[in-house]
Design a protein around this ligand. Structure first.
Ligand code: ZN
Ligand code: ZN
Length: 556
């Protein structure tokens, strides 16, 4: 009988080495005939390195080529870094997507908001569901996190079981249940866990996260002590936090006004799913101005300094309905994501100038993370007792600290995986067996482009040193018919010695054409190339930067 060469393999197309664009693949079967399962399909937000780009997502060409063997996509929870790419990438994959009710409802709400969004084959599964996709037997396990209905997955195959934690923390007293299902995770440990693929976000932090309930208590105290208006900004998806704010408002006889479209959308979905039962209806921004100052709590989008969100517009005094004044309070019930500090700082300064008092998580417990610190990670390892640990969902530092912790807890094999590595999970012999192509796809306007294409580097160069266009008319003999026509963007008009940049460019063009031998002058391509080089170098000589240069030669 032939030896069964079926392996269980793990391959991340995104989400290792960064916090964002999570996309994991599990494969089972012989190397040439694997079945695949995708877990999560997330985005990252672009930074200054990708000018003009909003969203970044994993390059899926590896799994697109294997689409026939892709059994489905399971979404662990409705954070953008786990499901935000579905609308953009699903048309390339076109396999069923499995999600629980709240996640599915948020996806549907997002889809309706976007006229170009595809109709996704979405299958709603109950919490704690157990179902099979091809050779994969999948079980959802409740975990606490900063959004409702977060799930860890137990993925069973004939080659063993993987526990894929998704994003999680331990919270014995969450505002919206359930808690992390320790009993189930222990039972999986008893059954035998081959590999644990686990959240590393807070692996550099000792101890345990405080509970959402502690934040709720503090918010109620702070709001209770204020006389003026209170505005609270938080992540729109944190329904538990919104519920805490609403409960605090209720206890202090204040009405809740929701400001910002993303927040309105999540609140509507949360109500439909029963997550805001017992909370009075929220008011729309139009009511804000009519409420007595001591009777209102505004819940706002824009905690990360997003310039078009409600909070930024209020800070600039540009919001049509919501204003703040001396005696009012703004609570940042959020953490500033690294990279957003400056934008958030600008907003705080604007609010302080308007007289508002600011409360942040620097001086009060008004926010907790939804990710496990080292104490919680330790519990997860004790519960599941995996043979193999694969830290994911973290930057290099988080992953390294997580790996070190797993080793110190006695996990026999700890794998420092990278995006694209196809890792065979074999007890005692776990190794990289192949490599999948990976990369980053950018949503640039309405078009998906590959980050490695020339477009983005070109745009970076344009933002640094501008662009010059030179149009020339030559006769068939190669004689200049007209003065060169010069246009430029983003260059200084005059250079240090007082000359006009226009003249510097035109002179350089004329001089180089003069110097070309006759036969070359009759070749428009050769002239274009020579003029481009000469202009770039002449501009560099007077300015110290080389612009992008376009030369068009017309033969008349
Ligand atoms: Zn995440
Ligand atoms: Zn999350």
């Amino acid at each position: 009988m032939a030896r069964d060469t079926s392996d269980l393999v793990f391959c991340a197309l995104g989400g290792i080495g960064e916090i964002g664009m999570n996309m994991a693949l599990y494969g089972y079967g012989p190397a040439n005939k694997r079945q695949w399962l995708m877990v999560d399909c997330g985005v990252s937000f672009a930074d200054d390195n990708l000018p003009g780009v909003d969203l970044v997502m994993p390059d899926t060409r590896f799994i697109e080529a294997q689409r026939k063997n892709l059994t489905g996509i399971v979404i662990t929870h409705a954070h953008e870094d786990h499901f935000g790419a579905l609308i953009h990438l699903w048309p390339k994959l076109q396999v069923p997507v499995y999600a629980t009710k709240f996640t599915a409802a948020l996806l549907e709400a997002k889809r309706l908001h976007d006229p170009d969004a595809p109709k996704i084959d979405l299958r709603i599964i109950p919490s704690q569901a157990r179902f099979t996709l091809g050779q994969f037997d999948i079980e959802l396990i409740n975990v606490a996190h900063s959004i409702p209905e977060s799930n860890a997955l137990a993925i069973r195959t004939p080659a063993g079981m993987v526990v894929h934690t998704g994003d999680w923390k331990i919270d014995e007293t969450p505002v919206i249940p359930p808690t992390t299902d320790a009993a189930r995770l222990k039972a999986l440990g008893d059954e035998g866990v081959l590999a644990l693929v686990c959240d590393s976000t807070n692996a550099i932090r000792d101890g345990r996260s405080p509970s959402e309930r502690d934040v709720a208590k503090n918010l109620a105290e702070i709001i209770g002590a204020r006389k003026g208006r209170v505005a609270v900004t938080t992540f729109a998806s944190n329904v538990g936090r919104i519920r805490s704010i609403a409960e605090a408002a209720m206890a202090n006889d204040r009405s809740v006004v929701i400001v910002g479209r993303a927040m309105e959308r999540v609140c509507q979905v949360a109500r439909e799913c029963g997550l805001l039962d017992g909370i009075p209806d929220f008011l729309s921004p139009e009511s804000y101005g009519f409420l007595p100052r001591e009777k209102v709590v505004a819940v706002l989008t824009g905690s990360q300094g997003e310039p078009r969100a409600a909070l930024a517009r209020i800070a600039r005094g540009e919001h049509p309905e919501v204003t703040l004044a001396k005696g009012d309070t703004v609570i940042f019930s959020s953490r500033t994501i690294p990279g957003n500090e400056k934008a958030v700082g600008n907003i705080i300064n604007g609010l302080v100038r308007q007289g508002a008092e600011i409360v942040t998580d620097r001086n009060q417990l008004v926010h907790v993370s939804g990710h496990p610190r080292r104490g919680e990670l330790t519990d997860m390892y004790h519960w599941t007792r995996p043979k193999i640990a694969i830290p994911v969902h973290g930057e290099a530092w988080h992953l390294a600290e997580h790996a070190e912790l797993a080793r110190s807890l006695g996990v026999p094999e700890v794998v420092a995986a990278g995006d694209g590595q196809i890792i065979a999970l074999r007890e005692g012999d776990t190794k990289v067996v192949d490599e999948a192509p990976t990369g980053r796809i950018c949503l640039d306007g309405d078009v998906l482009i590959n980050a490695s294409e020339e477009t983005i580097p070109q745009r970076r160069r344009l933002s640094w040193s501008g662009a010059v266009s030179v149009a020339l008319a030559l006769s068939e003999k190669g004689e200049i018919v007209n003065e060169p026509d010069v246009k430029f963007s983003g260059l200084p008009v005059r250079v240090g010695d007082g000359r006009l940049m226009d003249d510097v460019i035109a002179d350089a063009a004329l001089l180089v054409i003069d110097s070309l031998p006759k036969p070359k002058r009759r070749d428009p391509d050769a002239v274009e190339l020579a003029v481009e080089r000469a202009v770039r170098s002449a501009v560099n000589a007077v300015w110290g930067k080389k612009p992008v240069c376009h030369v068009i030669v017309l033969v008349v």
